[in-house]
Design a protein around this ligand. Sequence first.
Ligand code: C2O
Ligand code: CU
Length: 523
Amino acid sequence: MTLITRRTFLSAAAAVAANADSPALVPDKLERFVAPLPRLPVAKPVGTRSVPGQPHLRVPFYRIEMSQIECKVHRDLPATKMWGYGGMSPGPTIETRSGQGLLVEWVNKLPTTHLFEVDHNLHGSEADKPDVRAIVHVHGAKAPPESDGYPEDWYVPGKSATSYYPNNQDPALLWYHDHAMGITRLNLYAGLSGLFIVRDPIEDALNLPRGRYEIPLVIFDRSFRQNGQLDYLVSGIPGAPWVPEAPGEAMLINGKLFPYLDVEPRKYRFRVLNASNSRFFHLSLSHGKPFVQIGTDQGLLPAPVSVKSMMIAPGERVDLILDFSGHAGERIVMTSETFALMQFRVGAASIADTSSLPARLRPVPKIPETSAGKTRRLRLIEHKMGNGDSMMMTLDGKHWDMPVTENPVIDTTEIWEFVNTTEDSHPIHLHLVRFQILDRRRFNEPAYFRTGQMIYTGDPEPPEPFEAGWKDTVRAHALMVTRIIVRFEGYVGRYVWHCHLLEHEDNEMMRPYDVLPGPGAQR
Ligand code: C2O
Ligand code: CU
């Protein structure tokens, strides 16, 4: 198994911390495992409403406010100013069934001053735009274009927007988060993110652990000051604070630093999201046992796979079964490299576990390569300044505001080849669709750079077992060609695709794409 770790290209000296009025917090100095893991509450609809344009279709209606909040991330830290949905961060979990549509009015009640310094040099974030703007996107949702949260459709405090999510898709853990042009990294770092779960009867029938034995884990890193306030790294260049990535030393799970979870000696289902701006997690367990993975971004795998350590990039999700039976009385820590994330405290009482872990979960029929009518070769490029520092990243050398070049026709299949010419792994995400990873392959990058000719230097490597299901975000590894196969289904219209390292996304590594109507189709 190859796990290619991304090299950090941010020289520590080039980056300085803002708000140096309080010293930087060293999380390891705090006592570990003093607070229980927060269970994320489920959002409640405030009524029902009819879907715009479909007066006979009434669906649950939610109203969720964005606002500034105070959160205790650790017992021994003062409360942290954050931005949240529904008065919390992560926001309340929206739960629905496959095919059960719903409406959400997303209300912007944020203050008019940002928590972090806005870089007005970035496209879409110029000084003539208000610093505080927001627009919600549901990551992984098959939503009509007008409800997808187009980055330029942001609105200011005092305004709101209502989105319709039809949820005609397989069960999966989705993620709602901010997507405002040029400041997505800052809005997410402030806390604007929450979960969205789709279920269906086929999944119910599998009898996986559920109810209090099914626990979502939203994992992300942050930097703090000793006064408890969030710190977002800045470049040190006056007026140009953007940094190419903003890793933090504090790992939060469901909003808490070093939480513990009391568990019974039985099976649990953990639904894990990496909600970091730019950190990759490498999850493993202190007792050395593997995870049993049952799902990826867009739902269940065909069969469970056993994974000792798994890499999860920003935007990716993994669905895990942990069986604590046989570990009664033990304490098990989930780690990522040298970081302790959380502790499981296994109770002593033996317990009857009526849940199952079936050997077959849900078929994931392979999309045949021969069904692809078009292959697009798309380069991932890092543009550097004279001194070697990152200036911006692009998709195929194109800026956000250049004419659309990716324009698949509805109900057709395409192969997208991401030619990563950089020394970083970039998690590439397409809105609207789900896809399968075909393979990754090394190539001669210098030759490609000079002549444009593709010379492979290795054999195609199939996806890791833990990513061999339906995906919506794929790690395009450094100096490799990563191929995905996608069927463009659902809606005609304008969407986006981008790198999910938010610092990259905000600095040109995002492009609009169009799903075009089919020939003669009446849509
Ligand atoms: Cu997680 Cu464009 O989104
Ligand atoms: Cu990137």
